[in-house]
Design a protein around this ligand. Sequence first.
Ligand SMILES: [Zn+2]
Ligand SMILES: [Zn+2]
Length: 270
Amino acid sequence: MFQKIILKRFLSGMKKSDSSWFTVDKIDECTFVISEYSHWEETHCYLLIGKEKALLIDTGLGVCDISKEVSKLTSKHICAVATHIHWDHIGGHKYYPDFFAHRAELDWLSGKFPLPVETVKQLISKDCILPQEFDIGSYDIFQGKPSSLICDGDTIDLGNRKIIALHTPGHSPGHLCFFEEESGYFFSGDLIYKGMLFANYPSTDPKAYLESLEKVSSLPIKRIFPGHHSLDLKNEIIKEMLHEFRNLDRNGNLHHGAGTFDFGEWSIKL
Ligand SMILES: [Zn+2]
Ligand SMILES: [Zn+2]
């Protein structure tokens, strides 16, 4: 018992290795979730493998090389797309020159990212044992030119799989969710997850957030895959969020500065 406790303490003080940074879980034969549970953001990226190519939805924090994990799962050409251009979703874009982005967030990829790099470095290091291989000193927010723009209603064709992009602004102006009709998989990014949702930054839009929830609530979704935290989301969460957002709107609270509203498994900061 004593030895176990000592060992646990020793391990918790150790730097993590590159290979233990990511957790890969299989959703089905051709769909995987790659998670960063060692970090408080608990970011999830999703790999969708088609007959002709594969799509990586979000590329994570950029602390470790996600392409090493992806290449263990497929040798197909990878297109990357971020649900939105926030630092915690584009960290691995540097490995994927073939990536898509929404027009509304192009500025953030070319010198106008809304947070200073020093603030992002603090967010990465906060309460986290970073891997030995990662040098926070040389970290920079990904900047680059997408191979293609992506718009609302566009279909990404992977051969036998077709993924529809849905423009869902609110958390960010160019936020996208992705829906695969055949499987009913819905990749919700930072629009829907369990935990604190953010619509308080200057670039957020609480009213647009509500409209985006309205928009996705009519989709025939079978499973929701969020950008952060628990993967155990029931479909009812969309209706519940929609209901609470409508109430906030009705009560005159759906605006910046209204505060934080807690609904149990999730909350919204306005
Ligand atoms: Zn975000
Ligand atoms: Zn996020």
